[in-house]
Design a protein around this ligand. Structure first.
Ligand code: PLP
Length: 396
């Protein structure tokens, strides 16, 4: 069987010439050093001889217990460390396994668009279909009960949520989860909730609400998260998926598949991750204030640059902003966001993501995504180049 999906936008940008991405705000990872805390634990576990052989397929018990511990203390959600959780190679593998196990040919998945692009490829791989409910600028990236009712069909096997949301920076509120609970109350779908940005929120009035903590959703929700975003170390590729007793049979199937996929995830890294998660409460305040300072440095300056950047999203969560592509841009008008991003990269060295890659078909409005998990020197360079580009319409 041929893989039913073309190269991802991240692979496309990976193949761009280096001078197109001197100021790389495309992919979601920091350009500053990862925390010493993580490094010190990794050195300690690297030097522990017993931590270099296969880990159990479901993950090292120490890591499963550390995840269960933080989920209990932050969200008051109780998970069984033996049957209720599995460690994976990043959130991406957890998403892939859950979709592969749950879906059969002809099934449907409902997700909000824009959506993280790996979802669609995995859904197609299972010969299932992705339907989307588009979140739009004019509705503040929210949705109504009627829209959700219309989008959910008898074939919907999974409602795929992502909060905080990539790329809009939206954090789903308790009220929105109430709506989802009402609409899915009598529907047999499973909720798959991708919460990799759970600790990256900026607005006290819009805190992250764990979907698994919602009283009417907790029994049908599988939650996915990852170490990479919270500890600024996306290359560690430690992810996990957990769920309530009612969904243990699905988790059992996922662990059976994982046995034959990669068998288990790197053992000494899992142990270091477990130790780091044990320090989460002490670590989070400085981590969160650092990202808040980057958002508050970058977004207000960005919004002042041009008519189009005035509408740049000031996100409540994640480390992305969305900016509308200027409609008419002389001497050249752009047919789509991909063309705009290529021109921007060619002229300024700023790499960004055309957000049409996060939709099934062209969105109502073209936009591009910038990641601000970068040091202030790089963000300043990006602002200066973007200003010139937008003012002069073209650089030499
Ligand atoms: C919404 C979302 N889910 C999952 C992932 C992938 O996480 P991981 O690197 O742990 O596989 C990302 C990475 O950017 C993401 O933005």
């Amino acid at each position: 069987m041929k893989f039913p999906f073309k190269e991802s936008i991240f692979a496309t940008i990976g193949n761009w010439p280096p001078e197109w991405k001197k100021i790389n705000l495309a992919q979601g990872f920091p350009n500053f050093p990862y925390p010493d805390l993580l490094k010190n634990y990794a050195l300690e576990t690297l030097n522990t001889p017993s931590l270099h052989q296969y880990a159990p397929t479901r993950g090292m018990l120490s890591l499963r217990e550390a995840i269960v511990g933080y989920v209990s203390s932050f969200y008051s959600v109780s998970i069984c460390p033996h049957k209720g959780i599995i460690v994976t190679c990043g959130a991406t593998q957890a998403i892939a396994l859950a979709l592969n196990i749950l879906l059969e040919e002809g099934d449907e998945v409902l997700a909000f668009a824009p959506f993280y692009d790996s979802y669609h490829a995995q859904i197609l791989f299972s010969k299932a279909r992705l339907n989307t409910l588009e979140l739009s600028w004019e509705n503040d990236f929210s949705f109504t009960k009627a829209e959700l009712e219309k989008a959910l069909t008898p074939k919907t096997k999974i409602l795929l949520l992502n909060t905080p949301h990539n790329p809009t920076g939206k954090v789903f509120t308790k009220k929105e989860l109430d709506l989802i609970a009402q609409v899915t109350a009598k529907h047999p779908c499973v909720i798959l909730s991708d919460e990799v940005y759970e600790f990256l929120t900026y607005n006290k009035n819009r805190p992250h609400v764990s979907v698994a903590s919602h009283p009417d959703l907790k029994n049908k929700t599988l939650t996915i998260s990852s170490l990479g975003k919270t500890f600024g170390a996306t290359g560690w590729k430690i992810g996990w998926i957990y769920g309530p007793e009612a969904l243990w049979p699905i988790l059992e199937q996922i662990s059976l598949k994982l046995q034959y996929d990669c068998f288990s995830v790197t053992s000494f890294i899992q142990e270091a991750a477990a130790k780091a998660l044990g320090d989460l409460e002490n670590y989070l305040p400085s981590f969160q204030s650092h990202y808040l300072s980057l958002r508050d440095f970058f977004i207000p300056q960005l919004q002042k640059l041009h008519k189009c950047t005035a509408r740049a999203v000031n996100p409540d969560g994640s480390y992305f902003t969305l900016i509308p592509v200027p409609k008419s841009f002389k001497p050249k008008s752009f047919k789509n966001d991909q063309q705009f991003c290529e021109e921007l990269a060619k002229k300024t060295g700023i790499a960004s993501i055309p957000t049409s890659s996060f939709y099934l078909s062209n969105p109502k409005e073209f936009s591009f995504r910038l990641c601000f998990a970068k040091d202030k020197i790089l963000l300043e360079k990006a602002l200066a180049q973007l200003k010139l580009f937008l003012e002069k319409k073209s650089l030499p």
